[in-house]
Write a new protein. Structure first.
Length: 210
């Protein structure tokens, strides 16, 4: 494995892995995921912000595996709910909650609410075992539907309506979503300077051998 080119995606989520694989297409880098390694401890997402969680996941994975790691923390913030579910998006209905349970709780919380404004935020962090992390951010604004619409995607995609395309994320093709989503925007920011990221990684690895 060439350390200059290997990068671990700190996730086992098949939806995220699929999106990242598509977005990294064309780059000369060896992409791995947590599924390529044996069991490692779970990272407790206890940060107060998406950035806190993304950086912690990336650093933890890099330390445990001894490889550069990329992690993202994404979530849905609903204006009428004061920003909830926010950093609790994945466990809004409780630890280990399914997408369906989280969606159901959100719809219940939004019953009778006219202001449906919401936004997805994605923070991507790239880290080596020691030292600073690189941060990239993407945001996509939309509205919460009154019922699930669409069969594709994951998470809150069936409830997140994107007005410019007049579709929920769950109604979009992968190509459509990868043009407009919060993760796509964060990835585009990363892609635009990825050659610099690779240089940074090589420098960090040479300065901090592991």
């Amino acid at each position: 494995m060439d350390l200059d080119r290997a990068l671990v995606l700190a996730t086992r989520n098949p939806g995220k892995i699929s999106e990242f694989d598509t977005l990294f297409a064309g780059f000369d880098i060896d992409i791995r995921t947590l599924n390529d390694f044996g069991p490692i401890p779970e990272v407790k997402e206890e940060g107060e912000t998406f950035e806190d969680n993304a950086v912690e996941k990336a650093r933890f994975t890099a330390r445990v595996l001894g490889l550069p790691a990329l992690a993202d923390d994404s979530g849905l913030s609903v204006k009428a709910l004061g920003g909830l579910p926010g950093v609790y998006s994945a466990r809004y209905a409780g630890e280990g909650a399914t997408d369906a349970a989280n969606n159901h709780k959100l719809l219940e919380a939004m019953k009778g609410v006219e202001d449906r404004e919401a936004a997805f935020t994605c923070i991507i962090a790239i880290a080596v075992p020691r030292g600073p992390a690189l941060i990239y951010e993407g945001r996509c604004e939309g509205k919460i539907t009154r019922e699930p619409i669409g069969r594709d995607g994951f998470g809150y995609d069936p409830l997140f309506y994107y007005p410019p395309l007049e579709k929920t994320f769950a109604q979009m093709s992968r190509e459509e979503k990868n043009r407009v989503s919060h993760r796509a925007k964060a990835m585009e920011e990363l892609r635009s300077e990825f050659h610099k990221v690779l240089i940074w990684l090589r420098q960090r690895l040479s300065e901090e051998p592991f």
